[in-house]
Write a protein that binds this ligand. Structure first.
Ligand SMILES: [Zn+2]
Length: 242
């Protein structure tokens, strides 16, 4: 399945950002990260033509890296955009990779976004790095948004993958699968149920290459995995489908 294969129209890229080519791959979940790009995400989604094979699914969120720089009005602004546009929540989450990360501020921002996902019935895209225990705690306390919830660029253990999918989350894998020495990541990919699996470019990869590698690791035909992850994506993000 070469990257130029016309079946690319059926591909579902479960996580990307502005600044990459438009939806030649089919469906794209386009995530905002701060007040600075929410307007542009909505504009890109609104500018797509009906002739395109896929669709851009817009998501608006405050990324954990952007929490320290957010203005005092971010929450008010985000809630108002969500109420006036059919967009999902994301990307949001927890990233404790840096020692000086303000964990309390990240958790407060994430809780708020989980609550909007619940009350407005929107899907949520979660970023989680070195914060798996707290992620699971917060999801248990706030509840997993019923409209659809996914962890993007999953990088946790197989045990964490099992826990999250048992809670009803989808798990998305990125081009990290293609890097050498990622045995734990490959082991996590192996435990994900076929109806919970998503694949993504994260804006920096060829989706076909990710599909081919994930299919090889799971021992299934690439075409089958492409179709399966496309069905899963449409189910997880159904609230955003036209
Ligand atoms: Zn991202």
């Amino acid at each position: 399945m070469p990257p130029s294969d016309p079946s690319a129209a059926g591909f579902f890229d479960a996580h990307c950002h502005l600044g990459q080519p438009a939806a030649s791959v089919g469906w794209q979940v386009l995530c905002g990260t701060s007040e600075a790009d929410w307007g542009a995400v909505l504009q890109r989604a609104a500018s797509q033509t009906g002739a395109e094979p896929g669709q851009i699914l817009p998501m608006l969120g405050l990324h954990p890296w952007q929490v320290p720089a957010a203005s005092s009005r971010w929450a008010e602004q985000l809630e108002s955009l969500l109420r006036s546009h059919q967009a999902g929540l994301g990307e949001c989450g927890l990233d404790f990779a840096h020692e000086d990360a303000d964990r309390a501020a990240q958790e407060a921002a994430f809780r708020l976004q989980l609550r909007w996902a619940q009350t407005l019935h929107r899907p949520v895209a979660i970023h989680a790095v070195r914060a798996w225990g707290r992620l699971i705690d917060l999801l248990r306390e706030e509840g997993v948004p019923a409209a659809g919830a996914m962890v993007h660029a999953f990088g946790g253990s197989p045990e964490t993958a099992r826990t999250l999918q048992d809670m009803g989350l989808y798990l998305s894998f990125s081009a990290s699968l293609l890097k050498p020495g990622r045995d734990r990541l490959r082991a996590a990919l192996a435990v994900v149920e076929e109806n919970r699996l998503l694949l993504e470019t994260d804006g920096a990869a060829d989706l076909a290459a990710v599909i081919v590698e994930a299919a090889r690791l799971r021992g299934v035909p690439a075409e089958e995995l492409a179709a399966r992850t496309c069905e899963n994506g449409k189910r997880c993000f159904k609230e955003l489908m036209a």
